[in-house]
Design a protein around this ligand. Structure first.
Ligand code: 0X9
Ligand code: ZN
Length: 439
């Protein structure tokens, strides 16, 4: 319904509706400044991982890193720190003007911007209500394959939905469990579609696809399509995108904790997160201070049955840069306490094989830049879960636009990972098998 209204307004007003200046009195709209922007997109020449870590350590918002170039958004207050790295900075312009150009404000009859839906050109993405409806429909259509539960609530009390897919979803079987998580970062909307694709493929495909049936029969698959539903809704709430990354939990100076700096393995150890509440990589007041990471942690902890963690493998989907990343993120070292040479080799071997099927670039996550409090480090460090990050399409993007590809790419860019997902599931009985080791 929202679409037809939007189409109507768009048709009536034509291209002039694209925001290049404030066109609504809605106070929630960030005014687009013409002279001194609040947030500027920079490209930075960063040939080495140390250069990229130095950039990340300033607390700026790192959008992506590819081929020696890191793209960031810097607040005015962060520019000095960025300059102090001594790296070559190329300003690409006003971040908020870029975002405004992507979105169209949706006018309700009273003239206010309506809330909580994607702008024109993005209707194929699922907002929270649409995602919830899709998950409910899946269990209605496939009661013998899928079960929907909530692992708890977000800061703003949204359900953190989890769907379990197996050939007896109400039963805890003695089979390897595989976890897929999406949307830790609010603006990475393509990842929700990725998780929904996994759900749809392993349910709708069961009756007709022998490979799918075999995987569902031999594994228990858990999918959490939105770990950060508040952030995702906040990102789209005005009808044009905010470029929001964190959750929406207030902190002492600003809003939001970065979920992917809030995990409790070497939390805040190594300069890979920020203690500043206004930073986009704010780590929170303590490990698991964000309710969203705490609830996902609780679920994973609850899968220790008889002293044995049932979940063996995990992918956390992000955008963008087209990368496959594995632990550790907190150190450049290839091996460390809790990660021996065989394990590092198995991580890399499966990572490279998955990359062979989707065309992404495989690397240890710290080779991108150092992060601490990331999800993969916790999954492996605490539970020995073979845990990867996929950074999805695009490989590179002009600043914040990279987070907002049109809905026309969803089908191809999610299907692109089918082979990698199947490989992960296949090796979930024993990942070291991939290097000829036993479990
Ligand atoms: O920085 C992150 O949390 C992830 N990238 S994103 O652009 N989606 O925010 C990457 C985390 C991977 N870990 C390390 N690079 N250490
Ligand atoms: Zn991310």
């Amino acid at each position: 319904m929202h679409l037809s209204l939007r189409a109507l307004v768009a048709a009536a007003l034509g291209a002039s509706l694209v925001l290049s200046a404030p066109v609504t009195s809605s106070a929630s709209h960030r005014p687009v400044s013409t002279n001194s922007p609040d947030r500027v997109v920079y490209e930075i020449a960063t040939p080495g991982a140390e250069d990229r870590s130095a950039v990340a350590a300033t607390g700026v918002d790192v959008l992506g890193a590819k081929d020696g170039t890191t793209t960031v958004v810097a607040e005015r207050s962060q520019v000095k720190a960025l300059e102090a790295t001594g790296l070559e900075l190329t300003p690409l312009g006003d971040a908020d003007a870029q975002l405004a150009a992507l979105g169209r404000v949706d006018f309700a009859p009273n003239g206010d911007a309506t809330t909580l839906d994607f702008p024109s050109g993005y209707a194929g993405y699922h907002n929270f209500a649409e995602m919830t409806a899709e998950l409910r429909q899946t269990v209605t259509d496939h009661p013998n394959l899928a079960r929907l539960t909530s692992i708890g609530k977000s800061y703003q009390n949204r359900d953190l939905w989890m769907i379990k897919i197996s050939n007896a979803p109400a039963t805890d079987q003695a089979k390897p469990e595989v976890l897929f998580t999406c949307n830790q970062h609010a603006r990475e909307h393509l990842t929700v579609e990725m998780c929904l694709r996994i759900v749809q493929r392993f349910t709708d495909g069961y009756a007709t696809n022998a490979a799918v049936k075999n995987l569902v029969d031999t594994r228990e698959i858990f999918v959490v399509p939105s770990v950060n539903p508040d952030g995702a809704e906040y990102d789209i709430a005005t009808g044009s995108f905010r470029g929001w990354r964190k959750n929406v939990q207030p902190n002492s100076t600003a809003t939001g904790t970065d979920p992917n700096r809030n995990w409790g393995y070497r939390w805040g150890c190594c300069g890979g997160s920020s203690s500043s509440g206004s930073s986009d990589t704010y780590r929170g007041t303590a490990a698991f201070s964000a309710p969203e990471t705490a609830r996902l942690r609780d679920h994973v902890n609850s899968r220790v049955v008889g002293g044995v963690q049932q979940i063996t493998t995990h992918i956390d989907f992000h955008t963008y840069s087209e990368l496959i990343l594995w632990p550790f993120g907190y150190t450049y070292d290839d091996t460390a306490t809790g990660l021996n040479a065989d394990q590092a080799n198995a991580f890399a071997t499966l990572g490279r094989q998955m990359a062979g099927s989707n065309g992404y670039t495989p690397q240890q996550s710290s080779d991108l830049y150092i992060t601490d409090g990331g999800i993969n480090d916790w999954m492996w460090g605490v539970h020995k879960i073979w845990s990867y990050t996929f950074e999805m399409y695009p490989a590179s993007g002009s600043g914040l636009n990279g987070f907002y590809p049109r809905d026309t790419v969803i089908a191809a860019q999610t299907a692109r990972n089918d082979g990698a997902v199947d490989l992960l599931l296949t090796y979930s009985d024993c990942v070291p098998r991939i290097i000829g080791k036993t479990c």
